[in-house]
Design a binder for this molecule. Structure first.
Ligand code: FE2
Length: 405
């Protein structure tokens, strides 16, 4: 279904959750330079929060110079810019500022700043009025954090109200967030056609509920690779290696994130000759071969794979079978403990069997009554998972104890 801005605003006001949103005029979003006053049109939102660093992202409607003020105490005494090849990033709208050398397990406060660039000449830059946000906070995880909580949403498919509805209803205990980070496990969109869609269907609902202070991990699904704006989508996220496939450690868990790619063959008419997912999956296989031999992978108490299309129980489509052929033997060899997926739109849990020696949990969606929030609490001894349907019914449960071998 094509994106309908008017309908979207009506939906937001109906659910009454996103009342503070101020949507910019259409013309203000996609052009690099507008006649409108400079404003923050999305964010800030946290990406790639690690023990020593975090990336803070926000979007201005006009080209700007942007920076973050931050500090670990009462004062925001430090400043961070982004620089590349000796140049401080400026004259841009999508602002990503990485703060490095943070202390693990510490609380920080920050605020974002942007100054519109009115004229950029070789010897003189003229600025407009400065913009400054209110103060937000985040906490870096300790390197050896004993426990953490995460929640997983999947297959939202251009229904932004799902984010506040699931998180406010099932992600909180009273007024307190019951999670340290959020995973969006693929297919947030039907297809991606504009920055406005990315902002209104993903960035704003996330920022409204959590992402100014708690990060999200965007896992690419097969619908994110469709549409005229799909090639710009990675510009809005930050990953440890600038790729959609990577690994990271959080306390007792080694996470492996893979991109399962499209579901049909690369030569399918729907992709107009613009798909190269077979090769992409093969590159990921090589990377995964090394990852499962790494010390970080081997010494972790638990290993969890996040992949939008599970290689099993996801039909006999090409993408499923190719993932099975390439990744399946490596997942077994690496002795992963759990796989979290989406894609089928039918929530289900699948115990270990003759083909995969770990449980697979597939979240549901996107329609009401089929949507799920997967909640995972990890400690050094145990993974506790509950899958909650949007009406509050528990539809999946695992308790996975650490194996001592
Ligand atoms: Fe999908």
């Amino acid at each position: 279904m094509p994106f309908n801005r008017r309908l979207f605003i009506q939906k937001l006001s109906k659910i009454g959750v996103l009342s503070t949103l101020s949507l910019p005029a259409l013309s203000a979003v996609n052009n690099n330079k507008t006649n409108e006053k400079n404003t923050f049109i999305a964010g800030p939102y946290l990406q790639n929060l690690q023990p020593n660093e975090v990336t803070i992202v926000w979007i201005t409607n006009n080209n700007s110079l942007s920076w973050v003020e931050y500090g670990s105490g009462t004062y925001l005494s430090l400043k961070a810019y982004t620089a590349r090849n000796g140049l401080i990033q400026a004259n841009n709208r999508i602002n990503k500022v990485t703060i490095k050398n943070l202390k693990p397990g510490s609380e920080y406060k920050y605020r974002i700043n942007s100054k519109e660039i009115l004229h950029f000449q070789a010897s003189k830059v003229t600025y407009g009025e400065p913009l400054q946000s209110i103060i937000y906070g985040f906490k870096t995880p300790a390197v050896d954090v004993e426990a953490f909580k995460m929640v997983i949403l999947n297959d939202i498919h251009d229904r932004p109200q799902t984010i506040p509805q699931l998180l406010y209803k099932h992600g909180y205990t009273g007024n307190t967030r019951d999670f340290d980070f959020v995973v969006l496990n693929g297919d947030c969109f039907d297809h991606v056609d504009s920055e406005e869609q990315v902002i209104d269907h993903l960035l704003k609902p996330c920022a409204e509920v959590f992402s100014k202070e708690v990060p999200f991990i965007f896992v690419q699904g097969n619908h994110e690779v469709r549409g005229s704006f799909a090639r710009q989508l990675p510009d809005y996220f930050t990953y440890p290696t600038d790729k959609y496939y990577y690994a990271f450690t959080r306390g007792p868990v080694r996470f492996v994130i893979l991109d399962s790619g499209e579901d049909k063959t690369d030569d399918n008419w729907e992709y107009n000759g613009l798909a190269a997912f077979d090769e992409y999956r093969e590159v990921q296989q090589k990377w995964l071969e090394n990852e499962i031999e790494s010390e970080a992978f081997k010494k972790a108490a638990f290993r969890i794979v996040l992949i939008h299309i599970s290689p099993y129980h996801s039909g006999d489509w090409h993408g499923t079978l190719h993932c099975r052929q390439l990744f399946g033997p490596l997942f077994n060899k690496g002795k992963i403990d759990l796989m979290l997926s989406g894609h089928t739109h039918r929530y289900a849990t699948h115990d270990a069997d003759a083909t995969h020696n770990y449980p697979i949990v597939i979240g549901g969606g996107p329609l009401e009554g089929k949507r799920t929030l997967i909640k995972l609490h990890a400690t050094k001894k145990e993974l506790n998972l509950r899958m909650i349907r949007d009406d509050g019914e528990e539809v999946g449960k695992y308790s996975i104890k650490k194996k001592f071998v």
